[in-house]
Design a protein around this ligand. Structure first.
Ligand code: NDP
Length: 340
């Protein structure tokens, strides 16, 4: 089958592409930067050579014209994975730089697929745990986030300058809501599943050593850039999942009957002490070079603050989830290789 993936140059998309190619899909990836496209192509030389992996430049994810051209050129696209959305905190104009690309981008891909690609059977959108969690409940251990939860951020709050985290939470909520509303009002012939991961950790494919993705930066800030003798950096415990499992969930979403589901991808909670413990134990090259904090005390922090319940997703996917020590150690080893 042929699968379109938007935002092919992203951290999660790289792993989706790798797994799609392994599963014998033909992959069309949209890119907007030739430099990033070349780096990605270099990671899959065989697939590029045989034409199993093809890139198409889409300069703006909101451009109906560009997606119309793409769908009219590739008339065999059966599945669409929409991953492209701003996930960084360099935002000057919250509406133009984050909310609009997220929401209008999602609607553009849905609309043009419905209009110009009637053969498309399935849409998978990379939403986020951010669309589900309530920021005010991070410190409230009686709060439980489930597959039915939505964050309460309003458009006006998200559109205000000065709190880019709230803007990001809004971008994911409004983009995902727009997609479900589209399904309801437009009744396209394709099905929709959203994949809602928490912080995504793990090694990247074809990543730029100077511009790590936003979620792995949490490991850099929380552990890799600490100094011996320091405490673990303060901060609430959050949820996480490995990037390879996130990609796997995108593939499950197209190949299984998961229509109309929101897949909440959270393996467990972690705090900075947990990250330090894993790295000190699993990455010998870093032992003595980063903080140790108070080993073994992370579990206490993890019990505090909001909790999650994703039983429905766990049952639907039935995975052996990659554990935190592997995910973090694999990333830390890749990060180490960039330091030399
Ligand atoms: P990356 O920043 O690595 O990837 C984002 C991708 O989207 C890139 O290909 C990027 O293109 C593209 N993109 C961003 N903004 C635009 C735009 N305005 N127009 C066109 N393309 C754009 O992040 P991730 O791989 O981590 O994120 C992928 C998706 O997963 C996003 O939707 C994100 O919200 C979601 N997500 C990520 C989580 C995480 O912890 N990593 C957790 C939950 C959800 P370019 O490379 O050219 O910049």
């Amino acid at each position: 089958p042929t699968t379109l993936i938007t935002g092919a140059t992203g951290f999660i998309a790289g792993h989706c592409i790798e797994q799609l190619l392994k599963a014998d899909h033909k992959v069309i990836g949209t890119i907007r930067s030739q430099e990033k496209g070349q780096r990605l192509a270099a990671a899959f030389p065989e697939a590029i050579k045989t034409g199993q992996l093809v890139f198409e430049t889409v300069s703006d994810v909101r451009s109906e014209q560009e997606f119309k051209t793409l769908f009219q050129k590739h008339t065999d696209i059966k599945y669409v994975l929409h991953t492209a959305s701003p996930f960084h905190f360099n935002v000057e104009d919250p509406v133009k730089d984050m909310l609009e690309p997220a929401v209008e981008g999602t609607l553009t891909v849905l609309k043009t697929a419905k209009q110009y690609a009637p053969q498309v059977e399935k849409f998978v959108i990379t939403s986020s745990f951010a669309a589900m969690m309530n920021w005010h409940e991070v410190g409230d251990s009686s709060a439980v986030v489930t597959e039915k939860s939505w964050n309460p951020v309003t458009w006006d709050e998200a559109a205000q300058k000065g709190n880019v985290v709230v803007t990001y939470l809004g971008s994911k909520k409004f983009a995902e809501k727009a997609a479900w509303d589209f399904m309801e009002s437009e009744k396209p012939s394709f099905g929709l599943t959203t994949v809602n991961p928490a912080y995504v950790f793990g090694p990247g494919i074809a990543i730029d050593a100077k511009a790590l993705n936003t979620s792995n930066e949490v490991i850099v800030q929380g552990a890799l850039s600490t100094k011996p003798g320091q405490d673990a950096p303060a901060g609430p415990a959050q949820m996480w999942v490995d990037v390879r499992d996130v990609a796997k969930a995108h593939l499950s979403a197209i190949s299984k009957t998961l229509d109309n589901q929101r897949l909440m991808l959270c393996v467990s909670k972690f705090c900075n002490q947990d990250l330090l413990d894993v790295i000190n134990e699993k990455v010998p090259e870093l032992k003595g070079k980063i903080a140790t904090g108070k080993p073994g005390t992370g579990a206490e922090t993890d019990k505090e603050g909001f909790q999650f319940d994703n039983d429905q997703t766990r049952k639907a996917l039935n995975y052996d989830w990659i554990p935190l020590d592997k995910s973090v150690a694999d990333f830390a080893n890749q990060w180490l290789s960039f330091q030399n």
